[in-house]
Design a protein around this ligand. Structure first.
Ligand SMILES: [Mg+2]
Length: 352
């Protein structure tokens, strides 16, 4: 097997800010790493890593990890064995491992001429899976414009955790009075009382579906379970739920979990986390970072395991170098995917 990898700067359509600050480089670009595996028979697999500094990964750490990989130890015929080798190589580095997990599954499923969702025996129902469209923290004027531009999307996700939260929600409501909205606080509220106060304010809006991660992942478990008992709307874990191993304690503190491929170590890790969450009676959501159509399509293959989707990272960029699953009016579809097997993605011709 041969491994190639290269860094690529995804360009954001709008500056991207959340409660913890600007994303990527000054909020205008988000660097990712693409990988390509090819075996002696010429079979190929594509993958992507969108590392997040929140989880102590950058393109530098991803490239550093990939440089250590002996590609001869990887095989499309043995994805679990290949992942075991990567786990032995170094702990953590989940975003780096994600890129290789995607490429391995892409090649493995292509070898059997199956889309990954059939390779995993999940299937995929067209017209069933709808992604939300995310609105980052901004001025109320910009929030209003972004919500207007996203009129075709039936569900919004509003980032909160700034002094302008009230004005921003009012700006959203001025153009989308009854649209379904999810809210993401990205760990903004430091105490359980502050979090409850903010959630009670949000719950006055009857079209807010749930809130993600109101308190820091480092908050005491007793504070988070206190909040879960009292919250008038469901609370989803994001930063508190990185791996399948976090799912158990999330049952105590949250109503649902937001699983992301780059947190969990790829499609395989996300599959494990989503199925464990369902077994624990938690609602499931698949989220994303700022990502190209490679990672977004990879997440879409797991759609049948999710109650909610927030896989819009590729809709927020202007130079996606790949095509794959589409999200017309928010409806995730593989109907126009350029490939019928594997990840069902292809490099866009003339991408830069
Ligand atoms: Mg989140």
């Amino acid at each position: 097997m041969q491994l190639k990898f290269w860094r690529f700067d995804l360009k954001l359509v709008n500056t991207w800010r959340i409660a913890s600050g600007l994303a990527g480089a000054g909020g205008t670009t988000y660097p990712v790493v693409f990988v390509e595996l090819s075996d002696a028979q010429g079979r190929k697999g594509t993958g992507e890593s969108a590392p997040s500094s929140r989880y102590n990964e950058t393109t530098k750490t991803v490239e550093g990890f990939l440089k250590q990989v002996d590609a001869k130890r990887l095989s499309f015929n043995d994805v679990p064995g290949s992942m075991h080798y990567l786990d032995q190589l170094e702990r953590d580095n989940d975003a780096a491992k994600t890129a290789l997990n995607l490429a391995l599954l892409d090649g493995a499923a292509r070898q059997r001429d199956l889309p990954i969702y059939d390779y995993l025996k999940l299937g995929f129902t067209e017209k069933r899976h709808v992604t939300s469209f995310s609105i980052g923290i901004d001025t109320p004027e910009v929030v209003r414009r972004k919500v207007q531009e996203a009129a075709a999307y039936p569900v919004m996700k509003l980032k909160v955790g700034s002094p302008d939260d009230e004005k921003n929600l009012a700006a959203l409501r001025s153009v989308a009075p009854t649209k379904r909205v999810r809210v993401d606080a990205n760990e903004a509220w430091q105490t359980r009382d502050e979090a409850l106060r903010r959630i009670e304010w949000l719950a006055r809006d009857k079209n807010i579906e749930f809130i993600e991660q109101p308190m820091p992942a480092s908050a005491k478990r007793s504070a988070m379970s206190w909040l879960k008992e009292r919250s008038p709307i469901p609370i989803f874990a994001d930063e508190s739920c990185q791996h399948v191993s976090d799912v158990e304690h999330c049952g105590e503190c949250f109503h649902g979990v937001n699983v992301k491929l780059v947190k969990a170590g790829g499609i395989s890790g996300a599959f494990a986390a989503l199925t464990a969450a369902r077994r624990a009676g938690l609602k499931t959501m698949i989220g994303c970072m700022i990502e190209s159509s490679v990672l977004i399509s990879a997440a879409a293959h797991l759609a049948e395991l999710a109650d909610h989707l927030d896989i819009d990272g590729n809709l927020l960029i202007s130079n996606d170098p790949y095509v794959g699953a589409t999200a017309h009016k928010g409806v995730i579809s593989f109907a126009d995917a350029p490939e019928r097997a594997g990840l069902r993605v292809q490099a866009r011709t003339g991408a830069s």
